[in-house]
Design a protein around this ligand. Structure first.
Ligand code: SF4
Length: 217
């Protein structure tokens, strides 16, 4: 993609840290309501901490009820690592920080009808996006050359093997890479918020995330 480059090719405009831009979009309730049988769901995790994935488990017994209506394919909960069928709903934890993340997210977009960014990292970059405040070269030098945890006597080196995923110059929220249909903010979002969005979609209702389960004060 022309807007995502490795170290050394950043332009001034790419140094801008984007805010939490939430595109407005009408819900796909009618589309979901027309589904027959169980709804196919998948999840991927990009650059995050797995905390949002754990919030899925906070749905507790509601998850069992939902399993009557959905089949969970690729996810860290099922340990299925590929999408065996096209999925209606895809959840994404984490943002984009490498060329591999871009490839994974684009493939997921191509194979899911509805894509949902889950959590602060997915919605606006979150904690990993703090590195956007400094040039990538400085971040790598701090991590690998000046690191206080470096092994004494070892030759300091920044990993650059061709088999390693190429790091992007900044961390991107997912909607700057592919179209995202819904956003569930929070770090992590409450299990109630994830359950509400999922229940609305599988029951063919407009997605409505009330403030009482989506506030952090
Ligand atoms: S939003 Fe918070 S809980 Fe979720 S992956 Fe990012 S850091 Fe972890």
């Amino acid at each position: 993609m022309s807007t995502h480059h490795g170290a050394g090719s950043v332009s001034a405009s790419e140094q801008v840290i984007y805010g939490h831009q939430l595109p407005k979009r009408a819900p796909d309730a009618a589309f979901i309501a027309n589904q027959t049988g169980k709804i196919d769901v998948a999840m991927i995790a990009l650059v995050g901490c797995w905390g949002c994935t754990l919030s899925f488990l906070d749905m507790d017994e509601r998850l069992l009820t939902l399993l009557d209506k959905v089949t969970i394919h690729r996810s860290s909960l099922t340990d299925v690592k590929r999408i065996p069928v096209r999925c209606t709903i895809g959840f994404v934890e984490g943002g984009v920080a490498s060329e591999e993340n871009i490839e994974t997210l684009e493939h997921f977009r191509e194979n899911c009808d509805i894509l949902i960014s889950v959590g602060a990292c997915a919605c606006w970059g979150g904690v990993p996006a703090l590195r956007n405040l400094e040039p990538l070269a400085d971040c790598l030098e701090e991590a690998y050359i000046k690191s206080p945890t470096a092994v004494a006597g070892a030759i300091p080196i920044i990993p650059n093997h061709p088999d390693l995923p190429k790091i992007t110059t900044k961390v991107y929220p997912n909607h700057e890479v592919v179209k995202i249909d819904y956003f569930i903010p929070g770090c992590p979002p409450d299990g109630d918020a994830i359950a509400k969005v999922l229940e609305d979609l599988v029951n063919g209702r407009p997605v409505d995330l009330p403030a009482q389960i989506n506030r952090y004060d």
